[in-house]
Design a protein around this ligand. Structure first.
Ligand code: NDP
Ligand code: GDR
Length: 373
């Protein structure tokens, strides 16, 4: 009998890679997708099979982490061996604008799932993975951050995730549920949401290089992050649920770079050398040299990045650096892709799209390029 997994957030970056991994491993995969006014399954369309076919390994259910009866019904129908709770309002800056909704989805949504597992008497069958985050460390108390580093959340998102972290631990201790937290540091890919900083940079620079946008606006480019590849990190999510005993793990690369460094790499992939000048909100990045033919719209001296204080957060997480030692020791997990390689992969993908759009534009088929945030 194939094992069955339920993924909340299957339409997101991690959900799509995890669905691929579990299907490869022979699982029957069920995912929860939200009702939207337009199709929202682009990241998993390549995994879709006609639901009328004989054996369909991936099935989608309409649902929402704010809806207790919906979650309970889906869990009762699917009775999964493994639940991966990846669904979340996952944008830190947005959580300052929608704090109550973020708490409802990210904190209470986790409780709803755990309670439904218990209510349905699935504690002995269903293993639970909670998508915890390095944002829990916030104002860091120790460098690097590991499983025992104290938390100090700095956003409504992180505070909601702190509740989700502890309620997962509590259900493990109180009810013997096999429940684990993966404390994941930032992870990226060509499927990264367009408003997170790495993807915002790669997408905008490709559009600028092709003449589809003129300038990239960013907030704090001095913040430091430990970036890995989403595909490596979902492998670890699955590994955590295959152990004899449930435990929490930090997943990170153990290397840290600034947003500014990432911009420099992204530009270099396009044959651009940048010069940063000015200070604080007046800082800009100018093209110092162009080589190759990947940026036909750009000349030396063009300003391609400016600071917009609108992107500063009310409370910032300045620096994060993870210690993945436990994951390496206990599970034999290693990250396989460097951030420089991730950046190259993201640029290659976004450049393909930008070139396609530029070609359409050149043939008079103009369309608005969405640059918001
Ligand atoms: P994404 O933002 O790409 O995906 C989030 C997913 O959650 C989407 O499928 C989204 O649906 C879904 N979702 C949002 N709100 C709800 C809701 N109310 N009910 C049900 N589903 C909802 O996030 P990632 O894939 O990058 O991250 C996965 C998880 O890991 C998240 O919980 C995130 O907080 C956490 N995390 C991510 C890290 C990272 O660096 N990527 C690091 C550490 C933790 P839709 O497609 O319709 O918007
Ligand atoms: P983060 O990722 O907040 O770490 O949360 P994000 O890419 O949004 O920001 C990283 C850093 O870049 C700075 N920054 C900007 N960020 C965005 N989004 N847009 C900008 O214009 C911009 N300019 C500078 C930010 O201030 C920040 O310091 C991600 C999410 O995936 C969370 O769900 C996850 O929990 C954490 O990673 C680990």
């Amino acid at each position: 009998m194939a094992r069955t997994a339920l993924i909340t957030g299957i339409t997101g970056q991690d959900g799509s890679y995890l669905a691929e991994l579990l299907l490869e491993k022979g699982y029957d995969v069920h995912g929860i997708k939200r009702r939207a006014s337009q199709f929202n399954t682009q990241r998993i369309d390549h995994l879709y099979r006609d639901p009328h076919a004989n054996h369909v390994a991936m099935r989608l259910h309409y649902g929402d982490l704010t809806d207790t009866s919906n979650l309970t019904r889906i869990l009762n129908d699917v009775r999964p061996d493994e639940v991966y709770n990846l669904g979340a309002q996952s944008h830190v800056a947005v959580s300052f604008e929608a704090p109550e909704y973020t708490a409802d989805v990210d904190a209470i949504g986790t409780l709803r799932l755990l309670e439904a597992i218990r209510f349905l008497g699935l504690e002995g069958k269903t293993r639970f993975y909670q998508a915890s985050t390095s944002e829990l460390y916030g104002l860091v108390q120790q460098v690097p951050q590991g499983e025992t580093t104290p938390f100090y959340p700095r956003s409504p998102y992180a505070v909601a995730k702190l509740y989700a972290y502890w309620i997962t631990v509590n259900y493990r201790e109180a009810y013997g549920l096999y429940a684990c937290n993966g404390i994941l540091f930032n992870h990226e890919s060509p499927r990264r949401g367009e408003t997170f900083v790495t993807r915002k940079v790669t997408r905008a620079l490709c559009n600028i290089a092709q003449g589809l946008e003129s300038c990239l606006f960013l907030g704090n480019i001095d913040s430091l992050r430990d970036w890995g590849h989403a595909r490596d990190y979902v492998r670890m999510q699955w590994m955590m649920l295959q152990q004899d005993e449930p435990e929490d793990f930090v997943i990170a690369t153990g290397r840290q770079y600034s947003v500014r460094q990432f911009i420099t790499w992204a530009a270099a992939e396009l044959g651009l050398e940048l010069e940063f000048s000015g200070k604080g909100v007046d800082e800009i990045a100018t093209v110092a040299a162009v080589c190759g033919d990947q940026a036909p719209a750009l000349r030396r001296g063009d300003v391609i990045m400016r600071i917009d204080p609108r992107y500063f957060r009310p409370a910032e997480v300045e620096t994060l650096l993870g210690d993945p030692d436990k994951a390496k020791r206990k599970l034999g997990w290693e990250p396989t892709v460097t951030v420089r390689e991730i950046c190259a992969e993201m640029i290659a993908e976004d450049l393909r799209t930008a070139r396609r759009h530029a070609l359409l534009k050149a043939h008079g088929m103009d369309f608005p390029v969405c640059v918001e945030d």
